[in-house]
Design a protein around this ligand. Structure first.
Ligand SMILES: *Cc1c(COP(=O)(O)O)cnc(C)c1O
Length: 353
């Protein structure tokens, strides 16, 4: 699908050759065992045509070889397995990545996404998260990939917030992309899935072998749902970014709102690097209200914004992150703009405030 735009690639990626009478998107294959003798498909834990179809679509967007997993955390666990002695992680990224690393027999260095960055000497893996969740700070993937490579480390990027059409870390010098597809990629708040894409086929084979051994495989039905969701990613991100932009404008200077952040806004401290290395923005932005009670009143008053964790779905949601232990103020909200009509959403949010 090279030479086509993102919308076309999202719609057509990973589809089989047209065959009269076959479905446009092949139905999920649920087999445990396959008739013996095929080069790839023998036992369902190792490989499956439904995985391969989605892996082909996502891998083409990421620009490498993709391996799908049962969740974003299963994908992250496989990547952390590449660092037996020392790993560098974001101190302000997805909290379970840090919790998992803390349980492993590996030395962990935590660095905020905006730096300052220490020497990577002795590390096998540097994992970035940009924009980071929930703070939405960004870091320079190209510069950090060079520094990691100079120290002999692999550079991985958690690309969940950006999605494969919002940012292509492999083109910026990263070795590995890891992503929770439970968020915007699937996009309908009804499936858990993750993936790892590697620039090198050898590394992808290692990751695939880890998946086979650990058994963190997605269900074929979930994989198929994610593939169906991917076909509208371009459309959904466009509306979500439009809604985030309109809400940013409406909330800027609002007396009850402080620390409004959206990497797509020129005024935002992330904008200079984000606009250089990201291909487009999305619907996730953050702001702080005066207190926990103010957040609760806001969410109770809104008719369109659902209190829910996770983000990137078609419904607008907001999550008070302090309740999960993130190091943020009590009134800090991560807002995920959905696909509602822009005027409806802005009017609802302003009325609720
Ligand atoms: C949600 C999330 C994960 C974990 O993904 P799951 O699919 O929930 O396992 C990892 N990284 C980031 C940045 C996330 O937002």
């Amino acid at each position: 699908m090279t030479g086509y735009g993102d919308g076309t690639r999202c719609v057509h990626g990973g589809l089989g050759e047209p065959e009269p009478g076959n479905p446009l998107l092949a139905s999920p294959v649920f087999a445990t065992g396959f008739h013996a003798g095929h080069e790839s498909y023998g036992y369902g834990r190792a490989d499956n045509p439904t995985y391969r179809a989605l892996e082909s679509a996502i891998g083409a967007l990421d620009g490498g070889e993709c391996v799908v997993f049962a969740s974003g955390m299963a994908a992250i666990a496989a990547v952390l397995g590449l660092a037996p002695t020392k790993v560098v992680l974001p101190s302000d990224g997805y909290y379970l990545t840090r919790s998992l690393a803390a349980e492993l027999p590996v030395s962990v260095v935590e660095v905020p996404t905006t730096g300052p960055w220490p020497s990577f000497d002795g590390a096998e893996l540097v994992l970035l998260e940009t924009p980071c969740n929930p703070g939405l700070d960004v870091c320079d993937i190209t510069a950090l990939a060079s520094a990691a490579h100079a120290a002999g480390a692999l550079l991985a990027v958690d690309n969940t917030t950006a999605t494969p059409i919002g940012q292509r870390p492999l083109e910026l010098g990263a070795d590995i992309v890891v992503c929770s597809d439970s968020k915007a990629l699937s996009g309908h708040s009804d499936v858990l899935l993750g993936h790892v894409t590697c620039r090198s086929p050898e590394l992808a084979a290692r990751i695939r072998q880890t998946r086979t051994m650990h058994g963190g495989i997605p269900g074929p039905f979930e994989t198929w749902l994610a593939h169906r969701g991917l076909s509208t990613l371009d459309l959904r991100l466009a509306r979500q970014a439009q809604n985030a932009s309109a809400l940013y404008t409406a909330l800027r200077g609002h007396p009850q709102v402080s620390n409004l952040r959206w990497p797509g806004a020129e005024q935002d401290s992330s904008y200079v690097i984000a606009s250089k290395q990201m291909r487009r923005f999305n619907g996730v932005f953050t702001f702080t209200l005066a207190s926990r009670e103010a957040v609760e009143q806001f969410l109770a008053a809104s008719k369109l914004v659902t209190a829910a964790t996770s983000f990137g779905g078609v419904h607008s949601t907001a999550d008070r992150r302090a309740q999960w232990g993130d190091p943020v103020p009590e009134g800090f909200l991560r807002f995920s703009a959905g696909c509602e009509d822009t005027e409806d959403l802005v009017a609802d949010v302003l009325a609720a405030l």
